[in-house]
Design a protein around this ligand. Structure first.
Ligand SMILES: [Zn+2]
Length: 785
């Protein structure tokens, strides 16, 4: 007959799932066929506590085998356990006897103690054994009053197996931490704590002594009791912390779990928590390392590093590379390649490994729940618990490394710091913003100021590497835009449009003299090589490699002194007064508006590049149409220009087809043959869009040369030029004296006029009248000089 209570126990622990059973020969060890001594473990095919299973248990019991099961699920090996269903403790009479000896002051070695325990155990009569079992029950009861009611208690021949079932989703490290504490609390068997532990099945026979078999009993069964791992941990930690002398719990200090007991202080915004106490981990140099700088002189002595000459490095990255080459086994003082992982409470003696890779050493944990993969710097951070920069200093001191900076490097660092600090002031310094209004307007456009600061930060990071390159003046930033943009806009780099935009902004910064651009041919050889490599590699976008010439532009950080800012303000003013836009800004525009000198300054790597013949003919056609329309009626607007354009040799259909070629999996030959109607809506839409972009590019140049203005239609303009009602939005027209000059200029001339009218007026008085700061007034007059 199948026992209902026991069946319930198995279905509950496994949550109606499978249970692994195993049979082990209990009458001593025997030689197997291969001559190996074995207890003949046999994995059962039974996966449920069923009638067939019970029949099989009885059969194997008769052959002298003990019947076991795995409380946890997933497999038969520790590493295979994925389902942590229950924690358990094995309370055994021998553990209790051992504790008695220790409590009485036993001071011999382990083997002696073991002999004494066995001797005493063998002398016990049945009454005495029952008395021991009563001690266990009192312990379990005390635990019960602290809030941990067992889910089940199984009586074995010499003690009890106590189960506390766990709710699903328990992690391995939680299981391990609970086991350590539970064993300490109940004085359980230290060996019975691994995830794939085998425990006895109720209602089967304990057969180690064939003449005195014992039937395993499920004495207590509380089917509704199961626990959340964290709450078990907090109860157990509470019990350990109380350390009550009267208590029957936590009596044997030799079973106190060693590692996860250190209370880590609440620091740096991290809440306090339990961590491994490395000062108690008696492995090699680890306790010494855990002392941090205090233990450093002794550690240096042990490693023979105390009398070595100092090594000098310019580049922190080089130091990192050097540190990674240090033998980790030697540093930690471990002898074997595999050991208990240092960073979690591991029950697997080979979870932690140190392995060489190339000429470097790494640490890897093979436990799926920990799995850390560290280099020397991370190991030291964790063992010393020093902040990131201090642990780097610790390693530098340990290995006698000096980080040096060249004079050039120090100088450039200061320049970059001054620049970044100055640029940040554009965010809040009203006076500075008033002094450079057009520049401020540009830096205020989304992400621009951040981009410029970011380029400076990249330059600062690259300084140590650049310090090693010969023939450098100012720091040069090799700034692949993809990387810079990722940092600045914190967006997914796959957005080409955003990269393009930031790239253009960087070019405009060069246009405004806030950065210099260095032609690849002017770079030191080493950097030339890197630039070519980067261009060749291209960037991955949606499975395609894009080769982008501008992507590897080299920027030079310049001193942002007042002279340069005056120049920048002039260029910014030019930018806005000529109606230039970020979207339309390009080399062709610069070439037409400012000539080849500026174009070559901004695009040094494209000095010889001609404007394409298509663009040239589009430009002259736009010029022709605008001139004709003006001749007729002194104003025009975008749609009118587009309607009148006739671009020679421009095959609209083919140009439209060409835009298809970039669509994935479409063959261009097929596209070339595609039939397109003259009035195809998509084609017409594409064409207007295409030409609009050309207008954005060309109109500022035409306006500059023809002295035209662009204004939104209002009543006075409508009357002045006789514009019909249906024309709305912006129009181009001849310049005429504006009734309302620019506000920013107005303020400055107001100040000048006041001073001219009454030269005795003080700056403060003027500031009061104009409603600005005294500094602004003083700057206005400075600017004039
Ligand atoms: Zn680990």
């Amino acid at each position: 007959m199948i026992d209902i209570k026991t069946k319930d126990f198995f279905t509950t622990i496994s949550n109606n799932g499978k249970v692994n059973f195993e049979y082990i020969y209990e009458q001593g060890l025997l030689k197997d066929n291969s001559g190996k001594v074995s207890n003949f473990p046999h994995k059962s095919k039974m996966k449920y506590y069923s009638r067939e299973a019970v029949k099989e248990f009885e059969m194997w019991n008769e052959k002298g085998y003990g019947i076991y099961f795995l409380p946890n699920g997933g497999g038969y090996k520790d590493a295979e356990i994925t389902d942590f269903r229950s924690v358990f403790a094995d309370l055994d009479i021998k553990d209790e006897i051992e504790y008695e000896f220790i409590n009485e002051g036993f001071e011999g070695n382990g083997a002696e103690l073991k002999n004494l325990v066995t001797e005493k155990f063998n002398s016990l009569n049945n009454t005495e054994k029952v008395q021991y079992k009563q001690i266990f029950m009192r312990r379990i009861d005390e635990l019960r009053t602290s809030g941990l009611i067992p889910s089940g208690i199984v009586e074995t021949k010499n003690g009890f197996h106590v189960y506390h079932f766990l709710k699903q989703e328990t992690q391995k490290h939680q299981f391990e931490a609970i086991e350590g504490l539970l064993i300490y609390c109940l004085n359980g068997d230290l060996a019975v704590k691994n995830p794939a532990r085998l425990l006895r099945v109720p209602l089967t026979q304990h057969l180690k002594d064939r003449n005195d078999p014992f039937k395993i009993q499920l004495n207590e069964w509380n089917p509704k009791i199961s626990y959340d791992a964290e709450s078990v941990l907090s109860i157990l930690r509470g019990i350990v912390a109380q350390n009550n002398k009267e208590s029957l719990l936590c009596v044997n200090d030799r079973k106190k779990p060693l590692y996860n007991t250190k209370e880590l202080s609440k620091a740096g915004g991290i809440p306090s928590r339990r961590g491994i106490d490395y000062s108690l981990m008696m492995i090699g140099n680890i306790p010494l390392i855990s002392q941090g700088f205090k233990g450093l002189p002794e550690l240096k002595k042990r490693l023979g590093l105390d009398k070595q000459p100092e090594l000098c490095y310019i580049d922190r990255d080089d130091i990192r590379q050097y540190l990674k080459k240090q033998n980790l086994k030697y540093l930690l003082g471990v002898e074997s390649d595999r050991f208990f992982c240092l960073f979690h409470n591991s029950s697997n003696s080979s979870s932690g490994t140190i392995y060489p890779h190339g000429d470097k050493y790494f640490y890897k944990c093979h436990s799926s729940n920990c799995g850390v993969h560290y280099d020397i710097i991370q190991i030291i951070e964790r063992l010393t618990r020093l902040p990131i920069h201090k642990s780097f200093d610790y390693l530098k001191e340990l290995y006698n490394i000096a980080e040096v900076k060249t004079e050039w490097q120090q100088d450039q660092e200061r320049l970059i710091d001054f620049n970044t600090e100055f640029l940040s002031r554009f965010k809040y310094d009203i006076e500075l913003r008033e002094l450079y209004p057009f520049l401020t307007k540009f830096l205020d456009t989304k992400g621009t100021l951040g981009l410029l600061i970011q380029i400076h930060e990249v330059a600062r990071r690259k300084l140590p590497q650049l310090a090693k390159v010969k023939g450098m003046n100012n720091p040069i930033v090799f700034a692949p835009m993809g990387k810079v943009i990722e940092d600045v806009l914190s967006i997914n780099v796959s957005s080409l449009r955003n990269i393009d935009k930031a790239n253009t902004k960087a070019v405009i910064l060069i246009f405004m003299f806030l950065l210099n651009c260095v032609g690849v041919s002017e770079l030191p050889d080493e950097l030339q090589k890197r630039a070519r490599e980067y261009q060749q590699k291209g960037i991955e976008r949606n499975g395609k490699t894009i080769h982008y010439t501008n992507m590897s532009r080299y920027y030079e950080v310049v001193s942002l002194d007042t002279d340069r800012l005056i120049l920048a303000e002039e260029m910014a003013k030019f930018f806005y007064e000529k109606g230039l836009t970020i979207a339309g800004f390009n080399r062709e525009q610069v070439l037409r508006l400012r000539g080849s000198e500026d174009a070559n300054r901004i695009y040094p790597d494209r000095a010889d590049e001609e404007i394409s013949s298509l663009n040239q003919s589009i430009t002259s056609e736009i010029e022709r149409v605008v001139a004709e329309l003006f001749h007729r009626k002194r104003y025009t607007y975008d749609n009118e220009i587009i309607d009148n354009l006739v671009i020679p040799d421009f095959d609209i259909k083919q140009e439209f087809r060409n835009t298809f070629k970039y669509i994935k999996n479409k063959k261009s030959e097929a596209i070339d043959l595609l039939e397109i109607q003259d009035n195809d809506v998509n084609m017409l839409r594409w064409y207007r869009n295409f030409i609009s972009k050309k207008l954005v590019l060309n109109m500022p140049v035409i306006m500059h040369h023809e002295e035209l203005s662009r204004t939104r239609v209002n009543k006075s303009i409508r009357n002045k030029f006789g514009i019909p009602e249906n024309v709305k939005g912006y129009i181009y027209h001849e310049n005429f004296i504006e009734e309302e000059p620019l506000k920013i200029e107005d303020k400055a001339s107001h100040i000048r006029r006041l001073k001219q009218e009454d030269s005795s007026l003080s700056y403060i008085k003027i500031a009061g009248i104009v409603k600005c700061s005294k500094q602004y007034v003083s700057n206005v007059f400075k600017r004039k000089d």
